[in-house]
Write a protein that binds this ligand. Structure first.
Ligand SMILES: NC(=O)c1ccc[n+]([C@@H]2O[C@H](COP(=O)([O-])OP(=O)(O)OC[C@H]3O[C@@H](n4cnc5c(N)ncnc54)[C@H](OP(=O)(O)O)[C@@H]3O)[C@@H](O)[C@H]2O)c1
Length: 325
């Protein structure tokens, strides 16, 4: 089969289509004929040699896909050849076929196009496992997410809104603030033009926020600690703004704040299976009802994977970039 491999660590040009061995379903696994694969920020790091695939994962990128089950391994129940699915992958989605543990395979939510479904697994699993399962965001609380137009941000904004939270989002330009409008945020703040601290306090009548989903890390730690109200929860999922920062532990104590971190890819498969089950139970009904939808920026052929990475690196996208074999 054809797959997009990383010839050597480097820029987008190192992504090339190659013939690789066809995957085979082992016990507990299925093979999916890929309809589309979603691109993620982590793929850029993998391409640069800074985010190695976990042991046993295919040697080419791709953390999520949609498609049709074409082979079912021994011991798999509940999945059959021909099922339309989407899947959270350990790697290998940039290909015509991929092997995945059955627990990481989810049905395509009702009403969603098979190709568009590739935009869902990584964002749904990341956002549900952090914002809902870990931070326990509830209706009536205030939620802050950065990167309103990102793959994660478009999903988190819609999900928090659908759950009844007041949702504030940030974006890096007036054009992106405008592009984020359809996703249901109560306000979108331009983090380059505005003083984020002052603006969020103004939008919350000085109260601050209950939950933050943070892909920035160090640069925003102090800001987030100052913005969290009593009982607030911060979940760090990215380090685009660095990894080391000073923490005001007095604020943590007096306002009973909690600080969480999470990476999805490194989790054991049993945890990924639990996360996928929770997504199907709690998130897919909202998708089927049209309250949370996949946001697809563009669909490119596998051979244009390098172009997809350039788009992501330049931040030209709104939602997800997909590759189709
Ligand atoms: N831990 C996990 O399990 C996990 C899983 C999935 C994703 N992630 C992380 O989540 C983040 C988003 O992933 P993605 O695939 O959705 O990426 P993406 O679509 O490429 O989006 C990146 C976003 O980050 C925003 N951003 C960059 N610097 C910022 C800053 N200083 N303040 C506010 N926003 C800033 C950008 O906003 P503008 O373009 O508006 O500037 C952009 O919307 C990445 O950091 C990724 O590594 C983590």
């Amino acid at each position: 089969m054809r797959a997009v491999v990383v010839q050597q660590p480097g820029g987008p040009e190192v992504l090339v289509v190659r013939e690789v061995p066809d995957p085979v379903a082992g016990p507990g696994e299925v093979v999916v004929d890929v309809a589309a694969a979603g691109l993620n920020r982590a793929d850029l790091l993998e391409r640069q040699g800074r985010y190695p695939a976990p042991e046993g994962a295919p040697g080419w990128p791709g953390l999520e896909c949609s498609g049709t089950v074409s082979e079912v391994g021994e011991g798999v129940t509940g999945l059959r050849v021909g099922d339309r699915v989407c899947a959270l992958l350990d790697g290998g989605g940039y290909a015509e076929r991929v092997v995945v543990r059955a627990g990481q395979v989810m049905p395509v939510p009702d009403g969603v196009d098979l190709v568009d479904a590739a935009a869902l697994p990584e964002a749904a699993a990341t956002v549900h496992s952090t914002v809902v399962a870990r931070a326990g965001l509830r209706a009536g609380e205030t939620f802050l997410v950065h990167g309103a137009t990102s793959g994660i941000g478009t999903f988190a904004t819609q999900l928090a809104h659908a759950l009844g939270a007041r949702t504030l989002a940030t974006a890096g330009s007036p054009a992106k603030v405008a592009a984020a409008a359809p996703f249901g945020a109560d306000a979108v703040v331009d983090y380059r033009a505005d003083d984020l601290h002052a603006r969020v306090l103004e939008l919350t009548d000085g109260e601050g926020v209950d939950v933050v989903l943070d892909p920035v890390g160090a640069r925003y730690l102090d800001l987030h600690v100052r913005l969290l109200r009593t009982g607030g929860r911060l979940v760090v999922i990215g380090l685009m703004g660095g990894r080391g920062a000073e923490l005001d532990m007095a604020a943590l104590m007096t306002r009973r704040l909690s600080l969480h971190g999470s990476t999805l890819r490194s989790r054991p498969w049993q945890e990924k299976a639990e996360i996928c089950a929770a997504v199907v139970e709690q998130v897919w009904p909202l998708v089927a009802a049209g309250r949370v939808r996949p946001v697809v920026d563009r669909v490119l052929p596998l051979a244009d994977a390098a172009e997809g990475h350039r788009v992501l690196e330049a931040g030209e996208h709104v939602g997800k970039v997909l590759l189709v074999p």
